[in-house]
Design a protein around this ligand. Structure first.
Ligand SMILES: C[S@@+](CC[C@H](N)C(=O)[O-])C[C@H]1O[C@@H](n2cnc3c(N)ncnc32)[C@H](O)[C@@H]1O
Length: 310
């Protein structure tokens, strides 16, 4: 059986994809029904899909959508707001700093300010080039889902043992791997990235996979009110979650639909979570792109072939 995709909220759907304003989708979603909200909102930079607003107006707009996300969030759920900088006359305004009070005033609890570091971007001449963005991870209450074992990464010294004391001889690190920490080094989606579409600012699937695995369980709803090219939905569906999202630009919804259609057929390629960042001194230390596998039925069986894009 294939995915059940609807254009209106339906509790029985696997994916709800709305072409329209986020409020159109959110107005249909029941209270406390979503386990994870993960999104990258417009940064107010004058991208093709946004009108540049003054900061107060931008924050008022963000406040409206955050308020609705909090309403639909389950008591043990999480909100992840992925943002960079707003730039005004060469001066930067880190959006996480100005947005934090909106969440805190609604009683949300900040669990991590994750720094997402990447190697490529604009080369600035009047300030240091920006090479990170931020994910603010908030929970609604103190009782929240955090599946750490699902996202552990290899230990640096997996065979290291305690050399004295009562644990002498035992492995000193968790054999399942270590906590990935709050600085995540993941390539951003630039022209040569295997996931690149015509959308101007996609986030990479692997960034969202880690959040989905850690902060939700199978069968949960994952919401992205600004879904763009559908990255959040891909990460959620790959791991047995249900996804819903909206975008006001029809072209981006079309891209999202096409990516989901390819994923359903086992023909969408992504950069795998376990792939190390490219090291020119060790170019062979790599893992090839992989095809998304959705746990929703039969897929074409395709041979995997490598590609050297990041
Ligand atoms: C930063 S992009 C998100 C990209 C997405 N994370 C991805 O991986 O493709 C922000 C998106 O918000 C959409 N957008 C802007 N205003 C919106 C609104 N009022 N309602 C829904 N979507 C909106 C834009 O069209 C854009 O695709």
């Amino acid at each position: 059986m294939g995915l059940r995709i609807t254009e209106r909220y339906d509790p029985e759907a696997d994916l709800v994809l709305v072409e329209g304003d986020w409020s159109e989708l959110l107005s249909q979603v029941p209270d406390e029904s979503v386990r994870l909200v993960v999104t990258s909102p417009p940064y107010n930079l004058g991208k093709p899909y946004e009108t540049r607003l003054d900061m107060d107006e931008y924050l008022a707009q963000q406040h409206r959508v955050i308020l609705e996300c909090v309403r639909v969030l389950a008591p043990n759920g999480s909100i992840c707001w992925q943002v960079g900088n707003y730039v005004r006359n060469g001066e930067i305004v880190p959006l996480d700093i100005v947005l934090y009070p909106l969440f805190a005033d609604l009683g949300l609890h900040l669990r991590n300010r994750i720094v997402w570091h990447f190697g490529h971007g604009l080369h600035n001449t009047r300030r240091f080039s920006g090479r990170y963005e931020v994910v603010l991870w908030f929970t609604k209450t103190d009782e929240y889902i955090f599946n750490l074992d699902a996202v552990r990464v290899p230990q640096k010294y997996p065979t290291k043992r305690h050399f004295k004391g009562p644990k002498k001889g035992q492995l000193s690190g968790n054999p399942l791997g270590k906590n990935p920490g709050d600085v995540w080094i993941i390539p951003n989606v630039k022209a040569n990235h295997v996931e690149k579409t015509a959308h101007p600012c996609q986030f990479p699937v692997e960034l969202i996979e880690r959040l989905v695995l850690a902060l939700s369980d199978e069968g949960d709803w994952v919401l992205d009110p600004f879904i763009g090219s559908g990255t959040t939905a891909i990460a959620a569906l790959m791991h047995g979650r249900k996804a819903m999202g909206a975008d006001i630009v029809p072209e981006y919804i079309a891209i999202a639909r096409e990516r989901i259609r390819l994923a359903e057929k086992g023909r969408l390629r992504i950069r795998p979570m376990e792939r190390p960042v490219y090291d020119p001194n060790n170019p062979k230390a790599t893992v090839p792109p992989k095809y998304v596998h959705l746990p929703h039925g039969a897929q074409d069986k395709l041979p995997l072939f490598g590609e050297d894009s990041e």
